[in-house]
Write a protein that binds this ligand. Structure first.
Ligand code: BGC
Length: 432
């Protein structure tokens, strides 16, 4: 009697195309991650940019003063006028639109005009803008940020290399604004870290990490200035480092990873992000299922490269549901084929969970804190893919528990936050 089940077939197939979850060796990947972080801090070639944020965690938030916040995210652009009433966040003039550059390529003027138009009605009410920019940007000591590149397939021609604050002020000036408004640019992982900290002001933590797994993925943590080798002139103290962990590249790629990467806007870049984040996971599933079709273990499915992460997730949660493209395509197949597809996707989720846990563990370890369970490392977490993906956070937390608490005696608090971009950007702008 044959013992070949859809599960064993799926995992054997994942092995042949280099996509098997156990190809990710947890300990070796963790060492590689920590090594890559150090190289980035020392200014040596590294897949991790390790960008100093010039912002430190803060334990006081000014009450009553209004600031403008901009949240330029992977999908949406949101703006608001914010102040704190004691610890309570008060949001006025909230506006939401699509992030410029996500609906087709745009140029620099269109890009900055879009921000200026949203800020314009609030400009007389505040002196500072907290600008949460969810893309790699070099932060200058004065708080402005120079765009390094776009990720998550955003296309905005001529914006790379420009200073966000300076260009926004120039766009506002063209609309008649004479006031010199201050702009502090910060990454969304930094706002996540600050928001988690602000959510538990009396909690004594050993250190802080911010982690995002949504459309994109990234991590920041608190580092001692003395350890930032590429900035030798810094004074004592500590600051947040935006690691740009989506760029990590020291893990083995499989055939579907390579196909996806070649077809992407920036081949060779953001390799970890392409294996774990929401912008790519659906497409990665499509390429892997296509390989299974080529290998003859799955018959032709009516899906294409636009298969998105949500459809894949909906199928995994309720495989019988035909309300999504993947569920509908598989409904026409035999139960065995549906189960085979389920196990292939499950393997990719397991691999993504292993990589995500390594990424989070590396940032927690790099803080150097967490050996006292009374003062754990706080890790603020935001992003739909972490909490909403099929049986995902359970796997990540299982690996984290083993890697950190069991094997290394390191303690951490996982804190999921919402609206972090707005809160954290306001906290940073008020700290200016
Ligand atoms: C960007 C990061 C950002 C992350 C999460 C990535 O694509 O490079 O800067 O923090 O997405 O939004």
């Amino acid at each position: 009697m044959s013992t070949t089940t859809p599960q064993t077939m799926a995992y054997a197939f994942l092995k042949t195309c280099g996509m098997h979850p156990e190809r990710i060796d947890l300990d070796a990947s963790l060492d590689a991650f920590l090594d890559e972080m150090q190289k980035g801090l020392d200014g040596q070639p590294s897949s991790l940019a390790m960008i100093p944020a010039y912002v430190a965690p803060t334990d006081s938030i000014e009450s009553g003063r209004k600031v403008i916040v901009i949240d330029a995210g992977g999908t949406n652009l949101r703006t608001a006028l914010i102040h704190f009433n004691g610890k309570k966040l008060v949001t006025d003039q909230f506006q939401k639109t699509k992030m410029p550059g996500t609906q087709g390529e745009i140029d620099k003027d269109t890009f900055y005009n879009c921000f200026a138009d949203l800020v314009l009605p609030m400009v007389e009410e505040a002196d500072e803008i907290g600008f949460c920019f969810s893309y790699p940007a070099e932060i200058l000591p004065d708080g402005d940020g120079r765009v390094i590149s776009f990720t998550k397939e955003v296309k905005a021609h001529g914006v790379e290399g420009t200073l966000l604050g300076q260009e926004l002020r120039a766009a506002l000036a063209k609309k008649g604004v004479t006031k010199q408004i201050g702009v502090v640019v910060l990454n969304d992982t930094v706002t996540t870290l600050l928001t988690a900290q602000a959510s538990y002001p009396t909690r004594k933590c050993g250190s802080y990490v911010g982690f995002i797994l949504g459309t994109g993925s990234n991590t920041c943590y608190v580092e001692q200035n003395a350890h930032i080798g590429k900035l030798p002139a810094l004074n004592e103290g500590a600051q947040i480092i935006n690691c740009e962990t989506g760029g990590f590249n020291r893990m083995p790629l499989g055939r579907a990873d390579e196909i996806l990467d070649k077809k992407s806007t920036r081949p060779g870049a953001a390799l970890l992000e392409k294996m774990i984040s929401g912008a790519y996971f659906g497409e990665l599933v499509f390429h892997t299922l296509s390989l299974a079709m080529e290998a003859g273990i799955l018959s032709e499915l009516k899906i294409d490269r636009s298969l998105n992460t949500k459809a894949v997730n909906d199928f995994m949660i309720i495989p019988e549901d035909t309300g999504n493209v993947l569920g509908a395509a598989l409904a026409e197949k035999s139960a065995k084929e549906r189960e085979l597809a389920y196990w292939i996707i499950n393997g990719l989720l397991e691999r993504a969970a292993r990589l995500t846990a390594v990424n989070m563990a590396a940032a927690i370890l790099k803080t150097g804190a967490g050996s006292n369970p009374m003062q754990p490392v706080s890790i603020g977490i935001d992003g739909t893919s972490y909490a909403g993906r099929y049986f995902y956070r359970e796997r990540i937390e299982y690996y984290l528990y083993d890697m950190l608490r069991v094997k290394r005696g390191i303690y951490y608090d996982l804190i999921t936050v919402e609206n972090a971009s707005l809160i954290g950007a306001a906290v940073a702008a008020l700290g200016k």
